[in-house]
Write a protein that binds this ligand. Structure first.
Ligand code: NDP
Length: 471
């Protein structure tokens, strides 16, 4: 039995003041793997005090010093990359391919911030003024379970690049992953208090971070509903907020798309990270004239969507992170049936021989209309809704008819055609003919998918305050 009895404050592992604990249950077979000690408001106060004290000197560091710290962070994590990947597979149930990628994303985000610092202008001119971009203060970082360490590294490395210090609240579902990352970060030898980590419940530790007057900014990734709670709470102390929230991303297959490549990609886009991804392409928009072809190709390509032991190389879909998440996905599959969508592939229940874990059958509904809840709400599991459209105008209207606006996918034989459609989509990123990523490009949502952007220049500026000096 694994026992994680500490949190991390002011450069040291320390016992929390909080006395609550959380059971770490394997999503693969629902056995109890460990017990995590949880912090409370008092622990947040201690962590913020440490971060506030560290900010006095850390905010004055040079760019060269911060590059060196980021390099130390990168190297320490890099040395244990395989362990970080494996523990993510075991604890979270992500497929080994996804988890390897996630660890690499964590490392890339640090490298990207190093590259950015080498060219970023912290002093600029605006009219007659000199504008200094100064670190905003102590950052509160609140992260979810679906790529825990990658989110932490992305946010923390940006805070460090800016000269901010941080108090981090990871998801308690990621306790073992957090512990290993903390060992790496401890080894990296950053100054005491620059980062502090308090495991704990969202409505206790997360709420205390949101309310704390000495936290200047919150960077949050998670559900839209929690994002709204944080935004409401943050305004009392006028915190800056960056919110990366949910999505219901459209994947538009234009009339001229090559379906032989677009359909396997659509399956990957829908089921990436076992469907537990805010950027998953969960609404597949198909020209009505090609719907039969698409249905056939979806069936033919479903061997890609292999569900099973996440440690096996050819698994695409592992178990849902928790029993609760499994049940949530089951409720949506049932709802799709009740709403009158046609169940084309998959359906309720667990796949054969995978009854012990939180495994879901990869599911596809066809004849979905965009007013159905399965087309409007984030399911966060391997469930794809296929919606047909009459013409391109209707495709664009359906794509934009959503409360979300995080990402969209467009497939077309012509880049020009795809770009023309992309220009009319209300989303923070549009991926054309493939699952592409660039850590220098801004990431974030229109509408209820969030506020602000992460990554690259836009991400760094979100941790900085402009100060105009007029002589
Ligand atoms: P949440 O948004 O509730 O959790 C994300 C993080 O916020 C966790 O660390 C959580 O802590 C914390 N939190 C919860 N309540 C508060 C609060 N009042 N103040 C501050 N922090 C808080 O996501 P869930 O884990 O509950 O997942 C529910 C659904 O959210 C999923 O099914 C999915 O649809 C969506 N989701 C979206 C994600 C995305 O990347 N866009 C990521 C994760 C979930 P704690 O774990 O203790 O509750």
């Amino acid at each position: 039995m694994i026992r994680i009895n500490s949190i991390y404050i002011n450069g040291a592992f320390t016992a929390p003041h909080g006395t609550a604990t959380f059971d770490l249950i394997s999503p693969i077979d629902n056995t109890l793997q460990g017990i995590l000690a949880l912090g409370d408001e008092e622990d947040v106060n201690r962590a913020v005090a440490a971060a506030k004290a560290a900010f006095q000197t850390f905010s004055q560091t040079t760019v060269a010093q911060r590059i060196a710290f980021l390099q130390q962070m990168h190297d320490a994590i890099s040395r244990r990359a395989d362990e970080l990947t494996n523990i993510m597979v075991q604890e979270y149930g992500g497929s080994i391919l996804f988890c390897r990628n996630s660890t690499q994303n964590a490392l890339n985000s640090i490298q990207t911030n190093i590259a950015l610092l080498q060219q970023f202008e912290f002093t600029r001119k605006a009219g007659t003024a000199t504008v200094r971009l100064e670190p905003v203060g102590v950052a509160g970082i609140i992260t979810p379970w679906n790529a825990s360490n990658s989110f932490i590294c992305g946010k923390l490395s940006t805070a460090i690049a800016a000269g901010c210090t941080a108090v981090i609240k990871p998801s308690e579902l990621s306790g073992r992953q957090t512990q290993l990352l903390l060992e790496c970060l401890h080894e990296a030898g950053l100054p005491d208090g620059v980062f502090n980590v308090v495991n704990g419940l969202g409505n206790v530790v997360g709420a205390a971070i949101t309310a704390h007057k000495d936290i200047a900014k919150i960077s949050f990734t998670g559900s839209t509903i929690t994002g709204k709670t944080i935004a409401r709470g943050a305004v009392d102390t006028m915190k800056r907020i960056t919110l990366e929230l949910g999505g219901k991303s459209p994947n538009i297959l234009l009339e001229d798309a090559d379906l032989k490549t677009a359909i396997p990609m659509a399956i990957q886009a829908a089921y990436m990270n076992s469907g537990q991804a805010c950027i998953a392409g969960t609404r597949l928009l198909v020209p009505a004239s090609r719907i039969d072809e698409v249905k056939q190709l979806l069936k033919e390509n479903m061997d890609i969507a292999r569900v099973g032991n996440p440690a096996e190389e050819d698994t695409l879909i592992g178990p849902m992170v928790s029993q609760k998440q499994y049940e949530r996905v089951q409720q949506y599959i049932q709802l799709g049936i009740e709403e009158g969508a046609e169940l084309w592939i998959g359906g309720p229940g667990k796949p054969a021989h995978l009854e012990a874990g939180n495994f879901v059958k990869p599911t596809i509904f066809v004849n979905v209309t965009n007013d159905m809840r399965i087309a409007r709400e984030e399911i966060f599991g391997p469930v794809l809704s296929v919606i047909s459209y009459k013409d391109e105008e209707e495709a664009i209207a359906i794509a934009n008819d959503t409360d979300y606006g995080l990402l969209a996918y467009v497939s077309s034989a012509s880049d020009e055609h795809a770009n023309h459609v992309a220009a009319r989509i209300r989303a923070g990123r549009v991926l054309i003919n493939g699952l592409k990523h660039d850590p220098m490009a801004p990431f974030g949502g229109f509408k209820q998918s969030g506020i602000g952007r992460e990554y690259g220049v836009y991400g760094l500026e979100a941790y900085l305050e402009p100060k105009a000096i007029l002589n």
